[in-house]
Design a protein around this ligand. Structure first.
Ligand SMILES: [Zn+2]
Length: 479
């Protein structure tokens, strides 16, 4: 029976090996995470997808609060004159800004940008709020949507409107701003690894890849199963660039008027695209337990036999009381259909209970990550489930790390570089020049992902141009 089921199943979605982009599209469609709307490039996030985002928000927000940040909300519209004050920033974002030109039928005196990011409007407010060193540091985060007009779009990975959080902080010194920038990158890394079960490489972006207007951008980069990289979150030290443009000044302890140093940092619904592409398999989605809207599904077997549904409900109540997100599937579908459906949806644990199991005081639990099946006593079931959920998390992280390691290559020369960069991450020495970076992209389609904090000396000269090397750098094709 199992074999038939598998054969039947694989006709439903493309295989990852044969057509990864189609597989991705099939998975998000079949699992009911998103729908396409009449607005080109915008997605509707349906309850199953939004449930993941809510769990991401909750657990990330907790980490922001623990590191001293508070939430606030700033306007969606940014006057053009405000947006254009920091020259590099506006140049970077200009091509993808959406503009509001009319209110009703009346033309506005000044165009309003729909926020592509909020540095400008937030800095203009900070200029009013910060007067003295006593007002610093100012540590604020905003959960909101932003709009960046995109030419080609893909649900979760690149859409014209997306959901995110953006942290914005102001400090008295460059060193404090730098400390904050790296601290929040650390928070992101902890979240990626310990919640999403995604291993990440952390480091600094090149001058070309850094945020428009930043002094320096730091990033966490993950590798997808197709060998392409995904930027999962960035943290920027903005130096005093925005403070100078927007006039964020404070009176120091010594009574001197000084410029602030600011940071910003963001992660978005893109992370959902990342977890799909890192963990998914040919049966569909595989959700890391800590963001799975349903962590365990109970399937009553032969559910019309006396006592089966009652037992399923009793077990659900027990698990729920232990804080586990659990559902009973008592629909009239066949068991085979239900197995496929919940596997497709990526639910970490499937718990089967039938008349024979009740007799033996046990349940059958099947792990979504390994498809491993085990008999588990009903006594202390919640404890067993909690511990299995942790095992699934660890299993997913280990598997993702192994996949990344297998797809990471060191290149000593440009032949090796070209050969391997189509397969995954390439680590190589690089000169740091933008021209060289552009030439590499032109020839291979790969971009610099980051200069990792953990450096290794692979040689003295740039892998491409032969000039003296500045840093070991990760390269990849990227989403
Ligand atoms: Zn070079």
């Amino acid at each position: 029976m199992a074999n038939n089921r598998n054969d039947e199943f694989v006709t439903h979605i493309a295989s990852r090996a044969e057509d990864f982009p189609q597989w991705y599209t099939d998975v998000i469609r079949k699992t009911d995470m998103v729908d396409y709307s009449d607005v080109k490039g915008c997605m509707v996030i349906k309850p199953y997808g939004y449930g993941i985002w809510e769990l991401i928000q909750q657990q990330m927000d907790k980490r922001f609060k623990e590191t001293g940040h508070k939430n606030a909300y700033f306007p969606l519209f940014i006057p053009e004159s405000l947006l254009t004050k920091e020259a590099e920033h506006v140049e970077g974002f200009a091509p993808e800004v959406a503009w509001v030109t009319h209110g009703g039928s009346e033309k506005l005196a000044e165009r309003l940008a729909v926020r592509p990011t909020s540095e400008t409007i937030i800095c203009s407010m900070y200029a009013r709020w910060v007067q003295s060193y006593r007002d610093l540091p100012l540590l604020i985060n905003q959960w909101c949507n932003v709009v960046r007009w995109e030419k080609s779009t893909r649900p979760f990975l690149r859409t014209s409107e997306f959901l995110w959080q953006e942290g914005h902080t102001a400090h008295a010194t460059f060193e404090e701003a730098q400390e904050e920038t790296l601290k929040m990158l650390g928070v992101y890394r902890d979240f990626a690894e310990n919640v999403l079960a995604i291993p990440v490489v952390v480091g600094r972006k090149s001058e070309k890849e850094k945020f428009a207007g930043a002094h320096a951008t730091y990033t966490m980069e993950a590798l997808m199963q197709d060998g392409k990289a995904l930027q999962m979150g960035t943290s920027h030290n903005l130096g005093d660039h925005f403070s100078k443009a927007y006039g964020i000044q404070f009176l120091s302890r010594e009574g001197k008027l000084e410029n602030c140093f600011t940071t910003s940092w963001g992660t978005s619904t893109r992370m959902i695209g990342g977890l799909i592409m890192v963990h998914g398999d040919d049966r569909g989605l595989v959700l890391p337990p800590r963001v799975a809207p349903i962590q365990a599904v109970i399937l009553p077997i032969a559910m019309h036999k006396p006592g089966v549904l009652d037992m399923a409900d009793k077990l659900r109540a027990e698990l729920k009381a232990a804080g586990i997100r659990v559902e009973v599937d008592d629909s009239e579908q066949s068991a085979g259909w239900k197995f496929n459906e919940w596997e497709m949806k990526g639910v970490p644990l499937r718990i089967e209970v039938g008349p024979k199991d009740i007799e033996k005081n046990q349940v059958v639990i099947v792990r979504r990550d390994s498809l491993e099946k085990q008999f588990v006593p009903m006594d202390n079931l919640a404890q067993s489930v909690l511990s299995l959920l942790d095992d699934v998390h660890r299993g997913l992280f280990e598997k993702a790390l192994k996949m990344r390691e297998e797809k990471t290559f060191d290149a000593k020369n440009f032949d090796e570089f070209q050969e391997n960069v189509q397969k995954g991450f390439v680590r190589a020495m690089w000169c740091g020049d933008t021209e060289c970076e552009l030439a590499i992209k032109e020839k291979t389609g790969a971009t610099t992902r980051c200069m990792p904090f953990e450096q290794e000396h692979l040689g003295d000269v740039c892998v491409h141009c032969g000039k003296p090397a500045k840093a070991m750098t990760y390269f990849a094709r990227a989403y």
